[in-house]
Design a protein around this ligand. Structure first.
Ligand code: GPK
Length: 844
């Protein structure tokens, strides 16, 4: 009998996998373990990936389109197997072969280590962007660091966070292609003579390519990560003299550079090694790009028409000085020509207004590590300030000084109003890249965000409100000077990983209901679910899928922390980095309130209460003491609540340790309400809010970040909105000194947390921070938002009692989520900033 094409493909897949298991893994297919089977399958998928990758890259070489290069210190990729199988459309042929080995794709996938080369939102955004760049067939690569240890693994010791290294490469990595022949020299230290830099130390940046399959296209893009290696492996002379550690010292020092990801998220940075990492990958990326460009182009002036570098936050912004250095020192261009090219090739995204995350490196640190770059930065700054001074004085000459100055910028106006002796100089100082450290007299700092804005064609924020706030605060003066440079690009997430693949049940129902699976690439079609939101039969199916996903989450909780949680409870989730501005402690105050209510209630009253499972997950930066205390707050309250017989199944409090991408893929589909409760004006966008929305999870949130746009798309009346307005934050912070929370529930909670229920003094600092205005000032306004938050929580309980009304809202969330696909976001970047157009390998 003749085999059909499909059968033939299945047989081929099986043969290939068996070969891999036999000759690469070196084991017998009969006794294969899950890990060995994973290896066999992954190395087979890798070959399919590389075939398509090679074709795409060759086609792009031939067509020579303009490329986007996404420069990011973080790419939080998670696992690859399922995503690659599905994006390549291999589930049919591989599925059966995997089953024959005695496993499911899901089981094999769970064998894979997460690639956690990022801290949180910013790094995961970069990963979603790569998926969309490939899906839209945009010529584009990511550039970053191949950290040997990614984000630390989080454990719990006595309820406190413990940290251990993320040894993600121990089983090898089937998803990367080492390019040992592709290495760039990176210099550090030394001196500059006559504009020539003689670095005192040099290392190699060695490339590793990670193919990125697009969905519904033949395009396979690339994430090129660099590993740091010494110029010479081993000093034989030292070894022969018996100096063994000296013999390998260079290797160790070089390898330190790409060894670990700094575990900071929107917090303190400041170590020289981190600046080394930044110049390391940015210089390698730029050298790599220029080398390719020069193969087919003679005139550097054409660079802006062939390349755009998007700088993901301030981490890659040393790139402004590095591109100038390469163009002038290596390519022999004059300053003006180099500056013209640089400012047309670079673009910059800001992800936060938290001052501690906006990098400002001491002049002394840059000057020592990168003396030539420091020279260039000083020159950029002085030319920039001089050009402003000229504009001012030209206008002063022709008109009345006050009007003329006002035209240049609001900063001058401010200086005039403040009656500064020399308003021109006072105003110009506000624009300077190099500023005095306000906390340390005499210490000069390089404001990396300012340099990035000056050196780029565009600066963007990541949600509508955030992009407005940066124009009014950190970049106010720059905005007034060049408003056309400022843009908004509201974040998005990939609907492949975050709905189609992580929630197969819902995905299937959506496809059946809409009549096709086109929505996976065209998420606007999800709006078609709206008309089914009242359909009782549809609601029932919708609910039964949620129940299955809740069961999966309950199983995960049981296996990770040993707590049994009922599936008839409302699943309430807050997963994100632990930070005071994200206010996990506000969440816990409401949990304590709920606990005290249960304790005070009669058995009759208890029967009417809606049972709740509160799940919190997230990592705290290693040096962030208060964030670590917030984790202890969750675990300690959980201890009390979970074993109290009065409470039973009415309330469970779970801290899930080691939150990461693959955990999120189980938590998000199982959640019914999720919390996005940052103080208004502090969360730039948030992206998990979009993932929950896509999966039909209701949101309790402040009018902050992308919550505002989610409310517009899915209906503000469907969201549990609370809290003060961003525009009032400044005033409220001023007034906090005299502010007192009038709500008696607040005081009860504060008393409970400082009572003998807990170790003496354990939460005193946390409580004082929000409650004792003589010691601190509740900077994140928990007190102001408290009562309104509890009101919103009550609304949640009330609505949950009406399951049809609840389900209707859930459907409307998914229906309104189309806008938050990273495909929409990347399409906007491509058209409005990058000027990069799709270039797909034609079907042969
Ligand atoms: C912002 F500044 C930073 C940072 O260092 N790390 C990080 O994850 C986040 N972010 C914002 O906090 C989120 O609001 C935002 O959605 C995300 O970046 C992506 O833009």
């Amino acid at each position: 009998m003749q085999l059909t094409r499909v059968d033939q493909q299945k047989q081929e897949a099986e043969t290939e996998i068996l070969r891999k298991i036999a000759y690469q893994v070196g084991v017998d297919a009969e006794t294969v373990t899950a890990q060995q089977a994973y290896q066999g399958v992954a190395w087979t998928v890798r070959e399919r990936l590389i075939d398509a990758f090679n074709k795409t890259q060759a086609y792009w070489r031939e067509k020579d389109p303009k490329f986007i290069y996404y420069l990011s210190a973080e790419f939080l990729m998670g696992r690859t197997l399922t995503n690659a199988v599905n994006n390549l459309g291999l589930e049919g042929e591989f599925g059966e072969a995997i089953r024959k080995l005695g496993y499911s794709l899901e089981e094999l996938q769970s064998q894979e280590q997460n690639a956690s080369l990022g801290n949180g939102g910013l790094g995961r955004l970069a990963a979603c962007f790569l998926d969309s760049i490939a899906t839209l067939s945009l010529p584009g690569w990511g550039y970053g660091i191949r950290y040997r240890y990614g984000m630390f693994r989080q454990g719990l010791e006595n309820g406190f966070q413990s940290e251990s290294p993320d040894t993600w490469l121990t089983n090898g990595n089937p998803w990367e292609i080492p390019r040992r022949d592709l290495a760039y020299k990176i210099g550090f230290y030394g001196s500059v003579q006559d504009g020539k830099w003689q670095p005192a130390e040099q290392v190699y940046a060695v490339a590793y390519d990670n193919p990125i399959p697009g969905y519904g296209t033949k395009t396979v893009g690339n994430l090129r990560l660099f590993d740091c290696q010494p110029m010479s492996e081993f000093k034989l002379a030292s070894f022969n003299e018996g100096k063994y550690s000296e013999a390998t010292e260079d290797k160790r020092k070089a390898e330190d550079i790409s060894a670990v990801l700094y575990p900071n998220d929107a917090t303190e940075y400041g170590r020289e090694l981190r600046l080394k990492q930044q110049i390391f990958f940015v210089s390698a990326a730029m050298q790599d790009t220029l080398a390719r460009f020069k193969k087919t182009h003679k005139d550097m002036k054409e660079l802006p028409s062939k390349a755009c570098f998007q700088m993901n936050d301030t981490h890659p912004t040393i790139g402004v000085a590095e591109l100038m250095r390469l163009l002038i020192d290596q390519e022999g261009l004059q300053w003006e020509a180099a500056w013209d090219i640089t400012t047309k090739t670079l673009a910059f995204t800001n992800h936060t207004v938290m001052p501690e995350a906006l990098e400002k490196w001491p002049v002394a640190v840059i000057g020592k590590l990168l003396p030539r770059h420091m020279e260039i930065i000083e020159k950029i700054d002085s030319i920039w300030i001089e050009s402003l001074r000229k504009k001012v004085t030209a206008q002063v000459g022709s008109q009345s000084p006050k009007n003329a100055l006002e035209k240049v910028a609001g900063a001058v106006k401010g200086a005039l109003e403040e009656k500064t002796a020399d308003p021109v100089e006072a105003a110009l100082a506000k624009y300077s890249i190099i500023t005095e450290n306000p906390w340390e007299k005499g210490v000069k700092l390089v404001n990396m965000a300012f340099m990035a804005t000056i050196g780029s064609k565009s600066t963007n924020g990541v949600a509508a409100i955030h992009s407005e706030i940066i124009k009014e605060t950190i970049f106010k003066d720059f905005y007034e000077l060049s408003p056309e440079k400022f843009q908004n690009k509201t974040n998005g997430v990939t609907p492949r990983r975050w709905l189609a693949y992580c929630n197969p049940g819902l995905s299937k129902l959506i496809t059946e209901t809409l009549g096709s699976n086109e929505w996976i690439a065209k998420t606007d079609q999800l709006a078609g679910l709206r008309k089914f939101s009242d359909d009782k039969a549809f609601q029932k199916k919708w609910r039964s899928i949620k129940l299955e996903n809740k069961q999966r989450l309950a199983d995960l909780i049981k296996s990770r922390v040993g707590i049994s949680v009922p599936t008839n409870a409302l699943y309430d989730v807050q997963i994100k980095r632990i930070h005071e501005y994200k206010r996990q402690h506000l969440n816990m105050f409401s949990v304590v309130n709920r606990y005290l209510n249960i304790k005070a209630a009669s058995p009759e009253e208890r029967k009417k209460m809606v049972p709740r499972v509160v799940v919190i997950g997230g990592k705290a930066a290693s040096a962030y003491v208060m964030a670590k205390k917030m984790i202890k707050l969750v675990t300690a309250v959980g201890e009390v609540v979970n074993k109290d017989p009065d409470v039973g199944d009415l309330l469970k409090v779970v801290f899930l340790p080691d939150y990461n991408v693959s955990l999120a893929e189980v938590i998000v589909p199982g959640a019914e309400v999720s919390q996005h409760i940052s103080t208004a004006g502090t969360e730039a966008s948030g992206t998990s809010n979009m993932k929950f929305q896509m999966n039909g999870c209701l949101i309790i949130g402040t009018m902050d970040g992308a919550n505002i746009e989610i409310a517009q798309e899915s209906g503000k009346e469907n969201m549990f909105v609370f809290g003060v307005d961003a525009k009032d934050i400044g005033r409220l912070r001023e007034e906090r000194k005299n502010f007192k929370v009038e709500d008696p529930r607040w005081n009860k909670i504060m008393q409970f947390l400082t009572s003998s229920t807990f170790e003496a003094g354990l939460f005193q600092d946390l409580v004082d921070n929000v409650n004792d205005m003589s010691k601190a000032n509740d900077w994140f306004l928990l007190g102001n938002d408290f009562s309104d938050y509890l009101r919103a929580q009550d609304e949640i309980d009330a609505l949950y009692k009406d399951q049809d009304a609840w389900t209707k809202r859930s459907i409307l969330y998914t229906a309104g989520s189309g806008f938050f696909s990273s495909d929409r976001c990347i399409d906007q970047y491509a058209k409005e900033i990058w000027d990069v157009k799709p270039c797909e390998v034609p079907s042969s």
